[in-house]
Design a protein around this ligand. Structure first.
Ligand code: AMP
Length: 196
């Protein structure tokens, strides 16, 4: 799984690394955003929290991930991006994985200092239907809240997984390729030059 604050590059790295490992990248943020766009019941519920920069309640999030992990393409492995984000989610994940006969192999923490995160998030744009748009939750006031939520609720996971002997801290400053190479080295799988 990938751990790290908003703007650390989890989404970008998740796509590349999952591609190299041949496993699905499971991003709770992406699943929520797809539900918001599709105006599903889950999306309507989640949007209120997302727009405020807060976490969607654990009971909604954990059930959603549990369903996703039970899908056939996750049987041979998966890369989690943006989940778990609280100690309670981490504990429930452990239970769900046990039931599925699975376990986490490694937790990769992408480390970036806060000034750089604010710079990255405020400049970030996503391509939606051919247009570059700013995510609602990348607006400055929401960014501040998301960073605060990360510090308070998610950062403790670093110590949690370190205690389990699963954590690798990755310096996530540098080019996308440099960070990918550091991750692949931490996984014991050297990066393949020319691969993207
Ligand atoms: P992300 O794309 O990972 O930055 O997630 C965007 C937003 O989705 C977050 O700010 C939360 O509101 C919500 N979200 C994503 N993952 C989780 C999670 N594991 N638990 C609770 N809320 C989440």
């Amino acid at each position: 799984m990938l751990l790290g604050p908003p703007g650390a590059g989890k989404g970008t790295q998740a796509q590349i690394i999952a591609g190299r490992l041949g496993v699905p990248a499971i991003s709770t943020g992406d699943i929520f955003r797809a539900n918001v766009s599709g105006q599903t019941e889950l999306g309507v519920k989640a949007k209120v929290y997302m727009d405020a920069g807060d976490l969607v309640p654990d009971e909604v999030t954990v059930a959603m991930v549990k369903d996703r992990l039970a899908e056939p393409d996750a049987k041979a492995g998966f890369l989690l991006d943006g989940f778990p984000r609280t100690i309670a989610q981490a504990e429930q994940l452990r239970g769900s994985l046990e039931q599925l006969g699975q376990h986490l192999d490694r937790v990769l923490e992408l480390v970036v200092e806060e000034d750089e995160l604010v710079r990255r998030l405020s400049g970030r744009r996503m391509l939606v239907d051919g247009e570059w748009v700013q995510r609602d939750d990348d607006k400055p006031e929401t960014v501040r809240r998301r960073l605060e939520v990360y510090r308070e609720q998610t950062a403790p996971l670093s110590g949690f997984y370190e205690g389990e002997g699963l954590l690798s801290r990755i310096d996530a400053i540098g080019s996308i390729e440099e960070v990918t190479d550091r991750v692949m080295t931490a996984l014991g799988t050297p990066g393949r030059p020319g691969d993207s």
